[in-house]
Ligand binder design. Structure first.
Ligand SMILES: NC(=O)c1ccc[n+]([C@@H]2O[C@H](COP(=O)([O-])OP(=O)(O)OC[C@H]3O[C@@H](n4cnc5c(N)ncnc54)[C@H](O)[C@@H]3O)[C@@H](O)[C@H]2O)c1
Length: 251
């Protein structure tokens, strides 16, 4: 690991393989591009094969809610990619607006299953390989939702709870796995300009009033933060939650 932070070497990801889940999504796609440009070999996975990836990126499919397919995927990655292995958990879903009083157990579990259980299963499956290889970094995408704000006016109890869970998971894994050489951190974006947001047009004005720069984040800005936390420039970050919400939670 590079502890000398005086050069850009600390941001270099050469000689690493980085698995990115949710790689077909708005943020995931940018993460793949950014990490590839920083020298990493990227394994980009999603429910469907991610398209439009830079040359040299490996693509695949995995459902992160299915423990067996996640384990099989981890075994495949381990066999095909010797050397350091890192992980970015970028897969996630959001429910349509449903009042907490009306939400079914199935709806609640469905969101938790992807956003929290899926992140746990993927991290756990790759942890075995990471621990064997001695050094690794995991970065998950949590959210400002849950810990810093409760999404409003949209009602999204399951999403809020799931993302608060991701920050708790991050801190717990950082403590359990840090001594094995694995740094575990997360980013918590505010509203990001992606397809996940696109169906909420009617709420844009209300959100925008509280965003300090008066615009949504771009996926590339989230990718830059993820790159930082993965890299040796973040060598002293363990269990860090990087809140990047354009100041939304301050107002
Ligand atoms: N867009 C925002 O405003 C925003 C804000 C804060 C946090 N986030 C988080 O960032 C992450 C990426 O969001 P995005 O905006 O790029 O959303 P997106 O919908 O564009 O991408 C999410 C991707 O996750 C994949 N996915 C869903 N379920 C999966 C499963 N079971 N297995 C594997 N892949 C699965 C989807 O196919 C999709 O490609 C999510 O965790 C989201 O909660 C987004």
């Amino acid at each position: 690991m590079t502890i000398d932070q005086t050069t850009t070497v600390a941001r270099d990801l050469t000689d690493r393989t980085v698995v990115v889940t949710g790689a077909a999504g708005g943020i995931g796609k940018e993460v793949v591009r950014r990490l590839h440009a920083a020298g990493a070999h990227v394994v980009a996975v999603d429910l469907r094969e991610p398209g439009d990836v830079p040359e040299g990126v490996t693509t695949g499919t995995v459902d992160i809610t299915d423990p067996e397919s996640v384990r099989a995927f981890a075994d495949r990655v381990a066999a095909e990619h010797p050397g350091r292995l890192d992980l970015v958990n970028a897969a996630g879903i959001v429910e349509d607006d449903v009042a907490a009083a009306e939400m079914s157990a199935e709806q609640f579990r469905g969101v938790l299953d992807v956003n929290l259980v899926g992140v746990f299963l993927t991290s756990q499956a790759l942890h075995r390989v990471m621990a064997e290889r001695g050094e690794a970094a995991i970065v998950s995408i949590a959210s400002m939702s849950g810990n810093h704000v409760v999404n409003h006016p949209q009602k999204q109890v399951a999403y809020n709870v799931s993302k608060a869970g991701v920050t708790a998971l991050t801190k717990t894994l950082a403590v359990e796995w840090g001594p094995e050489g694995i740094r575990v951190n997360c980013v918590s974006p505010g509203y990001v300009d992606t397809p996940l947001l696109a169906k909420k047009h009617h709420q844009f004005d209300e959100w925008m009033r509280d965003i300090v720069p008066g615009r949504f984040a771009q996926p590339a800005e989230v990718a830059a933060a993820i790159h930082f936390l993965l890299s040796d420039a973040a060598s002293y970050c363990h269990g860090t939650e990087l809140l990047m919400d354009g100041g939304y939670s301050l107002r």
